[in-house]
Design a protein around this ligand. Structure first.
Ligand SMILES: Cc1ncc(COP(=O)(O)O)c(C=O)c1O
Length: 409
């Protein structure tokens, strides 16, 4: 029972207790959002903060993308589009993949977020188990729960280079497993899955009556290949049964335009269309016109140059970490995160991030945002800031380590 006010009417806490769905109690807040807000507060008070907490590069969208968005506005393209996106954009996305993809299998969505939510609504029944990596992208659990599913986190760590492997999936499999959610490159570790591993997982899942959703939002952001084609590394073409999610947010530098896509087997498209009609009506129109430009050579050249900048930043960061007492849990091959093992400091992740921000002016995401498996022993640093800030942050991190290692919890 909630408390009543002096006149006997229900308090707002009481009303909320009755009105809010029970399910929202299970939805965890982002600790990194709190870190970011506190960092902003400190900046307003005059502190110089190094921002390593956010999964968003510091680049604005490419000039031709911005121009295409402005042109769409000037031309009055402000109404709805088709639910699954502009046919010309679906076609342009389909044509980018190395193995021919039918444009009818592409759905344009409001970010990868909407693609993941649509797939959760389309594929998961109440009580179904969904296997996902721990650590992994935190919102996936929310999508699964919103569809009534049960997220089952499968621990991954340095022993498998943070890859969710078939043996680990087999061990976690239950009769209610309906969906396996993979990501490559992965957040927060930058781990990559090999083609043969993906193929084996899709085979196994199909034989067991389950499907695989592959999150490729960091596709294109890989660093150890010469002249990589940003669309080459994909689960599409390995097996037609896989569902692929992608986005214009990361490689294409368009986080705020809120645009992504999915590619699904043909048999699922009608159901996805019906869900999308009901949940979203259509993805953002101006953003779709801008995205057409993002797939054209002038913007692709900008994105590719930025990938090379990110590769350099990663190397500077990793060299700096080598010089510190904090081991990198996994050398990231993709995405833009360093997942560091902070157990030597003796502090749990949140306390470490708190001290790092308050005393040393560096904002970072605690491992506990990404799961529970050895989460207290890890933090995520995003190399989404320029090299000067990476070097500044490394100096401060070095000072923090010297101060913390051996200090009492
Ligand atoms: C692994 C992963 N998937 C999905 C998303 C959602 O991205 P968006 O909705 O901006 O496309 C993110 C964002 O950080 C992510 O890291």
């Amino acid at each position: 029972m909630g408390e009543s006010s002096a006149n006997g009417s229900p308090t707002s806490a009481d009303a909320a207790g009755r009105a809010l769905a029970a399910r929202v109690a299970d939805i965890a807040p982002f600790q990194v959002a709190r870190v970011f807000e506190r960092a902003r507060q400190l900046e307003r008070a005059g502190r110089r903060i190094v921002h390593w907490e956010l999964g968003e590069p510091d680049f604005p969208s490419a000039p031709t993308v911005v121009a295409a968005g402005k042109a769409a506005l000037d031309a009055g393209r402000t109404g709805y589009t088709e639910t699954l996106g502009l046919p010309v954009l679906r076609q342009a996305i389909a044509e980018r993949y190395p193995a021919a993809v039918d444009a009818g299998r592409v759905a344009v969505t409001t970010g990868a977020s909407a693609a993941l939510n649509l797939l959760a609504q389309t594929l998961i029944d109440p009580g179904d188990d969904v296997l996902l990596a721990d650590p992994g992208y935190p919102c996936n659990q929310g999508f699964v729960r919103a569809a009534g599913g049960v997220p089952k986190r499968v621990p991954v760590d340095a022993r498998t280079a943070f890859r969710l492997t078939l043996p680990a999936l087999r061990a976690a499999w239950t009769p209610r497993t309906r969906v396996v959610l993979l990501a490559s490159p992965a957040n927060p570790t930058g781990a990559l899955l090999a083609a043969n591993e993906i193929r084996a997982i899709v085979e196994f899942a199909a034989a067991a009556g389950a499907v695989v959703v592959m999150d490729e939002i960091y596709q294109g952001l890989v660093y150890d290949e010469r002249d990589p084609d940003p669309f080459a590394r994909t689960a599409l073409g390995l097996d037609d049964r896989v569902f692929v999610v992608n986005s214009f947010s990361k490689y294409f530098g368009m986080t705020g335009w809120r645009l992504g896509w999915l590619v699904a087997p043909p048999w699922a498209m009608d159901a996805i269309d019906r869900c999308a009609q009901n949940l979203y009506l259509a993805p953002p129109t101006v953003s779709q016109h801008a995205a057409l430009a993002a797939l054209e050579p002038p913007a692709l050249a900008v994105h590719e140059a930025r990938r090379r900048v990110l590769a350099r930043r990663r190397d500077v960061f990793l060299r700096g970490m080598d010089a510190l007492a904090l081991p990198v849990a996994h050398r990231p091959q993709g995405a833009f995160y360093i997942y560091a093992d902070i157990s030597a400091t003796g502090l749990p992740a949140q306390a470490f991030c708190g001290r790092l921000l308050e005393e040393f002016g560096v904002a970072a995401a605690p491992g506990t945002d990404f799961g529970s498996h050895r989460a207290e022993a890890h933090v995520r640093f995003a190399f989404t800031v320029d090299e000067a800030d990476i070097r500044r942050g490394l100096e401060r991190l070095g000072a923090a380590c010297r101060a913390m290692i051996g200090s009492p919890r």
